[in-house]
Design a binder for this molecule. Structure first.
Ligand SMILES: Nc1nc2c(ncn2[C@@H]2O[C@H](COP(=O)(O)OP(=O)(O)OP(=O)(O)O)[C@@H](O)[C@H]2O)c(=O)[nH]1
Ligand SMILES: [Zn+2]
Length: 200
């Protein structure tokens, strides 16, 4: 058994236990009144366990793991990547929420920037965990500020929550927008410029 790892100095977790997850899914099937031994469900517990391992893979990664490649391009102005597809799991119901993330930052004066794909990877590190949309948004912003020494960061996430569409209040199509703004992007003019890039 691997030692528990500490992520972002805030979270201590164990390993993904595939057998335990499969046993739990089997129990769940029994609890809902199904027969987990019927042919169609026989492989389901193991399959669901593998799916959860993938869906929650972000629990095994740190933002530092993906923001490794940095260049000094002498570019110290705002960079925005729009419409990064995001799929995460609401921690209240373990149902997906999905939508898009827009990620912008102002690099450190040194011009330390990261590869564009790394911004999408950063989104995934935090999305692939049991989440709430607000925390997902702030964790991305805080990582950019901390790891890239960014002078500013702005993250906007628009998502639809399955827990609001397929159960409970049942309002398909309702979208939730969250934002996190840090550093120089709190300045109203800079923020407005970022928002115009995000919304364009
Ligand atoms: N703020 C926030 N709330 C969320 C998120 N995902 C789900 N929720 C909400 O979490 C709340 C949980 O409320 P509870 O009253 O404990 O659970 P519930 O009885 O299943 O609530 P209903 O969904 O209203 O039926 C619900 O209002 C969800 O809509 C999220 O990312 N952020
Ligand atoms: Zn939910």
């Amino acid at each position: 058994m691997v030692d528990p790892v500490t992520l972002d100095g805030e979270q201590t977790i164990g390993t993904f236990d595939e057998k335990r997850a499969a046993d739990a899914v089997r129990e769940l099937l029994i609890a809902v009144g199904e027969n987990p031994d019927r042919e169609g469900l026989r492989d389901t517990p193991a399959r669901v366990a593998r799916a959860y391992k993938e869906i929650f893979a972000g629990l095994w990664q740190t933002p530092e793991d993906v923001l490794t490649t940095t260049f000094d391009l002498g570019h110290d102005e705002m960079i925005v990547v729009r419409d990064i597809e995001v799929v995460s799991m609401c921690e209240h119901h373990l149902l997906p929420f999905h939508g898009v993330a827009h990620v912008g930052y102002i690099p450190a004066e040194s011009g330390k920037i990261t590869g564009l794909s790394k911004l999408a990877r950063l989104v995934d590190v935090f999305a692939r965990r049991p989440q709430v949309q607000e925390r997902l948004t702030t964790q991305i912003a805080d990582s950019l500020m901390r790891i890239l020494d960014a002078r500013g960061a702005i993250i906007v996430i628009e998502a639809e929550h399955m827990c609001m569409s397929v159960r409970g209040i049942r309002k398909p199509g309702a979208k939730t927008t969250t934002s996190a703004v840090r550093g120089q992007l709190r300045n109203p003019t800079t923020r407005a410029e970022a928002m115009s890039l995000i919304l364009s």
